[in-house]
Write a protein that binds this ligand. Structure first.
Ligand SMILES: NC(=O)NCCC[C@H](N)C(=O)O
Length: 282
């Protein structure tokens, strides 16, 4: 998940988030449409600076405010995309946007999570190229994890499900990726108090070094201090304003670029990882 990022799917906040009702979407008081759109531009500029090619979903005024969080409606594998099925009912129409984009881009569709199955991309963490950890919680259920295992088994990928806590309730967003961000093959930023213990044990057994994010910054940011996007091993993009977590990553050998994101990420419960769906890493 931290190999050099070559191609990524994103959606501007300009059309999608226009007129979004805070209460309906569970956004905080800091949400502001025009500032969120400008802050999204700031993230896109940092991503483009790395040389990664951004594939844009159409900037439609379709009222799908959360569709800017492109990490969640699909998952990419070496054999093609998996179209997922959202646990948050308001996000139900987003996987079709991703499927249309992959068809336009000529990327094969490997399979779909469907029916009673639910999996969101934010719950999926590649531990290595043959091992996928999936958080089971309010967004992802066992039926979805089983479907994913059936789709990925034939391409040699083992899928392991781990229970997540409820934390701030079923309306809030806690994904497995809310409590871990890979920084390199053998390095990850974590908030260990909310990590499923057997997942933590698996990471330790594989010799993955865990950098602890600052717990106060995690609480203050509603977890967004931890949501950092690796654009290459040891090179990451993070939300501005969390110096202790940034310093912990730097002490582990990372270069950290930041962007202002109070109106976009803190208010809407999704960070730079959630705002990007990597399509190709080298
Ligand atoms: N992967 C992620 O953690 N995505 C964040 C999604 C935030 C969005 N407001 C949601 O509730 O789904």
């Amino acid at each position: 998940m931290a190999a050099p990022l070559l191609r990524v799917l994103m959606r501007s906040a300009r059309g999608a988030m226009r007129g979004a009702d805070r209460a309906k979407w569970h956004y905080g008081p800091g949400f502001d449409h025009s500032r969120a759109a400008a802050q999204h531009d700031g993230l896109a500029a940092l991503v483009a600076e790395t040389g990664a090619e951004i594939e844009w979903l159409d900037d439609g005024d379709d009222g799908l405010a959360d569709s800017v969080f492109t990490h969640d409606p699909s998952l990419m594998t070496e054999a093609g995309a998996v179209i997922l099925s959202m646990g948050k009912p308001l996000r139900r129409d987003e996987p079709a946007l991703h499927e249309a984009a992959y068809r336009r881009l000529g990327i094969p569709i490997l399979g779909r999570v469907e029916g009673a199955g639910q999996v969101e991309g934010g719950d999926c963490v590649w531990v290595d190229r043959n091992t996928l950890a999936v958080g089971r919680g309010v967004r992802t259920n066992q039926k979805g994890i089983q479907q994913l295992a059936n789709i990925l088994g034939p391409i040699g990928v083992s899928v392991f499900g781990y229970d997540l806590p409820l934390w701030q309730g079923e309306e809030a967003c806690l994904h497995l990726m809310s409590v871990i961000s890979p920084l390199a093959d053998d390095l990850a930023l974590v908030h260990s108090p909310l990590l499923p213990a057997p997942f933590w044990q698996m990471l330790k057994a594989r010799g993955i070094e865990l950098v602890e994010g600052d717990p106060e910054e995690f609480a203050k940011s509603l977890g967004l201090s931890l949501n950092v996007l690796p654009t290459a091993p040891h090179e990451v993009i993070a939300v501005a304003g969390f110096p202790k977590t940034k310093a912990a990553m730097e002490a582990a050998g990372c270069t950290v670029k930041t962007f202002e994101a109070d109106a976009l990420c803190i208010a809407c419960e999704g960070g730079p990882t959630c705002l990007t769906r990597p399509i190709l890493r080298r």
